[in-house]
Design a protein around this ligand. Structure first.
Ligand SMILES: [Zn+2]
Length: 283
């Protein structure tokens, strides 16, 4: 049984560089057991995804840091369940913020302001370990996965989740970019995936392969249903394509469906006429 107790640091794998998960107090339909914050290192620490503003969680972080030094705060993306806790922790510890600023769309934490510009491929070397930034747009445009190179452990934020699939949020989120980002991860040597929600995964390549296959199966289902239904409004299509999804999640499925349709439209395989989607006949 996996231990998912909020605020309590738990080692996630048998690694040389210690990685501890500190679960947030925000379980929910979209967050699973809650947001996973990860504390990396022994004395030269980094904390990944501080989560929402939460005084109790802040106290848990400070207790776990103890007399050691927090050098960096990594942020995979600026959704409100991942980054707003960063500011207080940064003030208290002087750690440097690492991540990309929020795109100006609803649901984003615009308070997240790293002092420097960060880029895909940047490497952060501490005394104990090194971490590589991997820009992975798709779920949102400013998403970064962080690779703990010493352990081949990839912190996947909301790009790859355990036990569920991420929502793609157009127009900032993008299905083409999402699939490309997954394909890129397949080129890396990986031992573990440490997601933003859910438990650690120790068969990264199998997970990635399943995830890509799942998305492509869904895309094929969209094409099949559009062919069967003819011109179709998003509200009707979503119930047909996501007939395996619980009703309270349909609002989110609709966003991901739109992301799939935009991808198909871009590829000349679907068109939008008067609020109705249909198959591009000349494709
Ligand atoms: Zn997110």
């Amino acid at each position: 049984m996996v231990e998912f107790q909020p605020g309590v640091p738990v080692r996630v794998a048998d690694t040389q560089v210690p990685v501890r998960r500190i679960l947030g107090r925000n379980p929910g339909a979209m967050t699973g057991p809650g947001t996973n914050s990860y504390l990396i290192g022994t004395h030269s620490l980094s904390l990944l995804d501080p989560g929402p503003k939460d005084e109790l969680q802040f106290d848990s972080f400070m207790a776990a840091i103890g007399a050691d030094r927090l050098d960096y705060i990594f942020v995979t993306h600026t959704h409100k369940d991942h980054s707003p806790g960063a500011a207080r922790l940064q003030q208290a510890t002087g750690a440097e913020l690492v991540g990309l600023p929020a795109p100006d769309v609803p649901g984003q934490d615009l308070s997240f302001r790293p002092a420097r510009e960060w880029h895909h491929g940047d490497i952060i070397d501490t005394e104990e370990y090194s971490v590589r930034l991997i820009h992975s747009p798709g779920h949102v445009s400013n998403h970064i996965c962080f690779l703990l190179q010493d352990e081949q452990m990839l912190f996947t934020g909301d790009h790859v989740l355990q036990g569920t699939t991420s929502v793609i949020l157009p127009p900032d989120g993008d299905m083409t970019a999402y699939l490309d980002s997954l394909l890129y991860l397949q080129t890396l040597s990986l031992r573990y995936l440490a997601p933003g929600h859910g438990d650690i995964m120790d068969e990264p390549q199998a997970e990635l392969e399943n995830l890509i296959a799942h998305r492509l199966r869904r895309e094929q289902k969209i094409v099949d249903r559009l062919e069967a239904l003819g011109a179709c409004h998003l509200d009707t299509l979503v119930l047909s394509v996501y007939d395996d999804v619980a009703e309270h999640l349909i609002i989110w499925a609709k966003k991901t469906l739109l992301a799939h349709l935009i991808k198909l439209q871009r590829e000349g395989r679907a068109v939008l006429h008067d609020d109705n989607w249909q198959i591009e006949k000349n494709a």
